[in-house]
Design a protein around this ligand. Structure first.
Ligand SMILES: Cc1ncc(COP(=O)(O)O)c(C=O)c1O
Length: 360
């Protein structure tokens, strides 16, 4: 029985050659590969600046600091996201205000509006599973409230809203190059993207100890710099991003055909969006049984995420109110194998096994 992993990062000779050349260059941190990748990322997203950093978590913290958040500021954030989105808000000393999910599992702007207060300074919509939030509604709400938007694109690099790339809508945006992401690195990595010169400058300074120049530190930052080896590998993959996302979309279509007519809710694509299927998440009240059945047959699954962020111990002191839709969906969601490197035959095996589970 062959094992079907949840995700499979690409490895090939072109990537290896690029990394070896970076090793030979003897420049390992924030060198020419990083500078070129920053220019290429900015241009691919349609913004002016990209600032590479050690992870998307770091990118969120840098962007929040650059946006000037301070203690007492409230930031609207979907509870249904990876914990780092919320963690970065807390570490930047602002207060996360948790918003329920809409029918596409992303931030519900009606609930966000209801939760806004005079202390609300910004909103961090998360383009979850590869799908854009309703950016028209998000932009309308932000302008009505007079607050900034920081897009969390960690799961949605290359996704679009109305033909425009996510990451080009907010005051700033963050991306992740974690190995399972749509643009997979060979380790941790992330970036802040923005068209705002001041935010970009401040992020660059904060990622290198708040340094103004070699010897003077204007403020406290941290070491959140980026590696040349990683940048070299990512520069090989960035031109393949659209093709890799097309591959994910083709596999999603394969799943949709193969899993039709089962008592299983499949992902739906928003009308104005282009979903890039970072994760293929289905939904069933029989989640635990189905996961066990697949595991016994060599198929890995995941749950993104079983414990909602508003129920995590570090935010308990905020006493977040219940979020009914989020609390219901986390009991039923299951992530099936998906990446650009999965073979059709692997997805067909997952489909056949899910169908067998339901006796179809
Ligand atoms: C939505 C979201 N935001 C932020 C992060 C943090 O990304 P990183 O692992 O690069 O710090 C993740 C990682 O899974 C994520 O899924």
């Amino acid at each position: 029985m062959t094992f079907v992993p949840l995700s499979r990062p690409p490895v090939d000779d072109e990537i290896k050659r690029a990394v070896l050349a970076a090793i030979d260059s003897r420049q390992y941190i924030l060198g020419p590969q990083c500078r070129q990748l920053e220019a290429e990322l900015a241009s691919a997203t349609g913004v002016k600046h990209a600032v590479l950093t050690s992870s998307a978590t770091a990118a969120l913290w840098l962007a929040l600091r650059a946006l000037g958040v301070k203690a007492g500021d409230e930031v609207l954030v979907p509870s249904h996201t990876a914990f780092p989105t919320v963690e970065a808000i807390c570490v930047a000393e602002a207060t996360p205000v948790f918003v329920d999910a809409d029918e596409f599992y992303t931030l519900d702007t009606r609930d966000a509006e209801a939760k806004a207060t005079p202390r609300t300074v910004g909103m961090v919509p998360v383009h979850l599973y590869g799908q854009s939030v309703d950016l028209a509604a998000v932009e309308r709400l932000a302008s009505r409230l007079g607050i900034w938007i920081l897009e969390d694109c960690a799961q949605a690099q290359g996704a679009e809203w109305d033909g425009r790339r996510v990451g080009s809508f907010g005051r700033a945006a963050v991306f992740s190059f974690y190995p399972s992401k749509n643009l997979p690195g060979m380790g941790d990595g992330g970036a802040v993207l923005t068209r705002d010169d001041e935010i970009a400058d401040r992020c660059r300074r904060l990622r290198d100890h708040g340094r103004l120049d070699k010897n003077v530190h204007a403020e406290l930052g941290f070491n959140l710099r980026f590696s040349e080896l990683q940048a070299a590998a990512l520069r090989v993959l960035l031109p393949r991003l659209d093709a890799m996302n097309e591959r994910r979309r083709a596999l999603a279509l394969r799943y949709a055909d193969g899993l039709a007519n089962l008592p299983l809710a499949l992902p739906e694509e928003r009308e104005h969006g282009r979903h890039v299927y970072h994760l293929y998440v289905v939904r069933t009240p029989r989640r635990a049984e189905l996961a066990k059945f697949l595991k016994e047959r060599g198929i890995q699954t995941g749950i993104h995420y079983p414990v909602p962020t508003h129920r995590q111990p570090p935010v308990e002191h905020l006493s977040p109110p219940p979020l009914p839709r989020t609390e219901r969906l986390v009991e039923e969601i299951l992530t099936l194998p998906m990446s650009a490197d999965h073979a059709d035959e692997e997805i067909d095996r997952v489909i056949a096994t899910v169908r067998a589970f339901f006796g179809a």
